[in-house]
Design a protein around this ligand. Sequence first.
Ligand code: 3HC
Length: 287
Amino acid sequence: MGSIEKVGVIGGGLMGSGITEVAARAGLDVIVIEISDDAAKAAAGRIEGSLRRAESRGKIEAGEVTAVLERIRFETDLQTLADRDLVVEAASEDETIKLELFRNLGRILTKDDAILASNTSSIPIVKLGAVSGRAHHVMGVHFFNPAPVMQLVELIPSLTTSTETLDRMRGWVTADLGKKPIDATDRAGFVVNSLLVPYLLSAIRMYEAGYASAEDIDRGMVLGCGHPMGPLALSDLIGLDTIKAIGESMYDEFKEPLYSPPPLLGRMVDAGLLGKKSGQGFYGYES
Ligand code: 3HC
């Protein structure tokens, strides 16, 4: 089994930049694909900001920030990923976009055993494998936000993923990245979002129905249940568009009303109130 040294990450958004930081901190050479130079600049700023925070808290050695940043390159052309051992796709949670990416990446990667992984939260891995033409080497690798801090990674093989691919990704996640994996089945939501998303949607329904203020709903779960943050603040952190997309995929798969996004969530997304990343969600954020 070849070692994983050259990594590609598709998308430098919240999750993509977090995954890039984690991989570069593990000493790997990372190419990030973004759609424009401006988007690449924003992603680079996010990664540097997070590294500086880690440095100020003593999580990485003083002076290591520059070395980590030097291991990261930004590109806009998918062809630059040809020599990668692993590509982790972290584009928007949109099935059409992801299918197109996997179709192209399947043709572009030149190494026979190169792995194509998706950080999707809810889109069927088996479909991504099928369009790639290299289904044995395709699986889900689901990180949690903020990726440099959260220890968990869900590993999701599909019906067509080989045991060798799963073993290599388990080794990468544990030995190289120092994360803790759990195994999940290729069903929308996997383990964590199947439990978390209905909870977040219930909090939004509760707020929409006027049961309590956003602050009191969040304080209830922080002070009453010991959660690090309340459900509305966590929804803002994840991104309201992402939660809506995950809820819709889970609803499509299981037809359970508890996965159906409430009207307020849809209206907020339509209004561009996406949470922390847009500066306004259930709470306001300074840029
Ligand atoms: N690199 C490394 N460590 C970092 C860091 C960085 N860039 N930034 C912060 N840290 C460390 C800090 O040093 C601190 O470590 P310590 O406890 O050992 O001192 C720890 O992370 C917490 O950092 P802060 O003190 O800055 O921040 P808070 O205490 O306010 O915690 C939080 C922030 C980690 C976001 C916490 O509120 C939390 O855990 N919230 C819940 C997040 C969560 O549930 N995420 C999952 C979302 S679901 C998801 O992503 C799936 C998707 O599909 C939707």
